[in-house]
Structures are given as C-alpha cells and as structure tokens.
Design a protein around this ligand. Sequence first.
Ligand code: PMP
Length: 440
Amino acid sequence: MTDSPLFYQAGPALPEVSHADGVTLWDTAGKAYLDGCSGAIACNLGHGRLDIRSAMLDQLDRVAFTYRTQFESAPALALGRALVALTDRALQKVFFVSSGSEAVESALKLARQYFVATGETQRQRFVSLRPSYHGSTLGALGVTGYRPLEAPFAELTRASLKVPGPDFYRHADRDDGAHVDRVLAETRAAIEAAGPESIIAFVLEPVGGASTGARLLGERYLKGIRALCDEFGCLLILDEVLTGVGRTGAWFAYQHYGVTPDLLATAKGLGAGYYPVGALLARDDIVDEVMASGGFQHGHTYAGNPLACATGLAVIEAIRRERLLENTRARGEQLGAGLRALAERYAWVGQVRGLGLLWGVELVADPATREAFPAEQNRFAQLTALAREEGLLIYPRRTLDGVAGDHVLVTPPLTIRTDEVETLLERLGRAMARFDRALA
Ligand code: PMP
C-alpha cells in the first residue's frame, strides 16, 4: 500500500517525472529516459515543443472553451477542414471527441444510427478481430478482442462477432496469399452463419497496434475485408486512434493500402500529448442521412473546444512544416533494420515487424514452434523494466490473448533523429542482453 490517492494498475511504484525535452524525459532523481514509445504512442512530436505551446497560449488568451451547440470556432472549422484534406476528401465530415475510446464509441453509434435512419434496424452487430483493442468504454470494449479486459464486463457489453485476422508469423504454409484467402474465407463463413443482414460494420486497425504488437494485415486482407463489407452492405470502420496522424509514415495507415473506410476514428497523436483531442471522420452521405433523421444522438462536453482544436491544428502544421512523414519513413527503416539486427542475436525474439515508426517485437519461448512464454512469467514486463533501467521507455503488452507471444512496441516520436535512433537501439540492446542472461 502506498499513501498515494491515485490508482491505475497493479505494478511497482513509479518514479516521479520532473521535466522533458525532445525525446528525453527526466525523473526527479535526475535519471534520463529516452521516450521510445511516445508515452502511449501519443507524444508524436516529442516533448517541450515551443510551437505547440505558443499556439495553445494564443488560443488560451482568446478563449479556451466554448460549447459546440453555442458557438462555431475558427480552430474547430480549420482542424475539421485539415483532417478532411488529409484523407484527400475520401471522408468529408468530422465529429470531435477527446479520446480514442470516445472516437471509436462515436463511430459505432453513428454507424448504428445510419442504419436506423435508412430503416435497416435489423443491423445490430459489429464484427471485429481477436486479438484487438478498441478502447475502454463499454461500447468500444464490446468490439475489443482481449479476454482479460472483456471478462469482468461480459454481461454488460454487447460483444461483437470476433474473427481472427491474418498472422503471417504463425501460419504454417508460408504462402501469405493463400493464408489471407483462407482467413477471409473463414471470416465470410462466420458472417454468413451470423446473418450478413444483421451486421452494422466491420471494425479494425489497418495496422495492428498495442494489442497485436504491430501486426501487419496487408493489402490483400484489407481489400478483401473492404469487398466483404461492400458485398454485405455493412460499413467499414477503421480504428486509427494509434496509427493516425503520421505514425506509419502516411497521414493515415489505410493510405498505404488503397482501401478507403466509411468511418475512421483517430486520437492519440492528434493532440500529440499536449491536449486530449480526437476525431471521428465519416463519409458525408452517412452523416447527411443521420442529420436528416434528427441529428446524431451522441456527444461529449469537451469535444471540439477551441483549445483542443488549436492544438490539433498546430500538430498537423508541425508535421507538415518539418516533413515528419518523410522522417518517419526514413527513421522507421533505420529503426526496423536495427531491431532486426538485435533480434538475430536472440532465439527468443520471434518476429520484428512494423511500418513507419510503429514497431513490434514479439517474444517467444520456442522459436521452432513459435510457442509463447507462459503468461504468468510476465516476460514483456521484465524486458520493459530492464529497458527502463537502461534509460529507455518501451510499451509493453502481455501475451496476445493466448494466441501469440508477449510483445513490446517501439514507437518513438516522429521527430526522432538518426543519432537518437542509435541511442535507442544501444539501450535496447543492453536491456536485451540482460534479459537473455536472466533467461539462461
Ligand atoms: N483504439 C486503439 C487502437 C488504441 O490503441 C487505443 C488506446 N490504446 C484506443 C482505441 C483507446 O484510446 P484512449 O485510450 O484514448 O481512450
């Protein structure tokens, strides 16, 4: 028991943060940490940005908060237009929120309201992947495929139909195309058994984030899911809470694959750790239908306030001005190559995978069978703790719902420089060497 009034998760006591600059954070004892995971894949511009500070102060001096039903604001309009432009106008309407869970929750509710408006009220269910993570509110939890999080609330949530996504590491035949076709055939069969006319939408991350350790789904799979949605008349909701706003080296991850969603949820990197701001982007005909039927029955008090939107706008401008998509792709290749070189030294690294500056390292007990470490051994936490001792923050996640190994995410700010990637890899290398000695 500590005397702290705060509670989040079980775990060891944490150091107290003092200050931060660029990709480095310091605790009050003076220890420095390289932020190898952008907090929780949120601080995409790094820390201590004077440009963001100044945009926020300018807005604070004008007006911090107005309620969306009382005033329009220039920052909200500008951020809305900027987000639409980032999709090349594939999605034309924006609904602001303050978190990823709220963005997903809003997507689920807008999709359902669309079918209520069109008279297809029998569409009552979502399809999503296992494993997956889409947020902590009850609706978002319903589409989340991660049993430890689902279990206590099983009776309170409306669980989606859960299907497996492709797993290019474990599938046996080594033919990725055939593997994808088989996964898609299984998904089709599951939807046909449930009744395609009962499905509202398919919800998924175009590149896996925290729940899968950056598992790539690939173009063939995503196009296959898009085609299934079109055939069955349901919507495609992409959760780009983690992947959106530059993380994978494109503004949105779907843009790598030539697949367009009907609705898209984004958050984390949009506020870049400076202010909570998220958004639901949607096709205008979907929104028009809902608005014509009396409006969207959903909203959150802080959504779209001027300070939040001024922050999001400044973040997008900084990414553009500093050509951070290019940096993300270049530093991502450097980081990926370095991680692969480290992985070659250790049999317990099952796979290194990623895109842009979203990298996952999967840990396995047996590389031949690709068997995971037993969950109770908490290997992900051990590696994360060793990295922290070496002055590096990485993002840990437990065994993937019993279907894959532990993993860690390496997702530094999009601003990271070449020499800082080298420092990150050196520190991770030291942590991995110590982890290896502890296993022996
Ligand atoms: N979706 C995905 C893919 C996420 O990674 C997260 C956060 N880890 C969420 C939704 C929920 O976002 P938030 O924590 O801001 O509610």
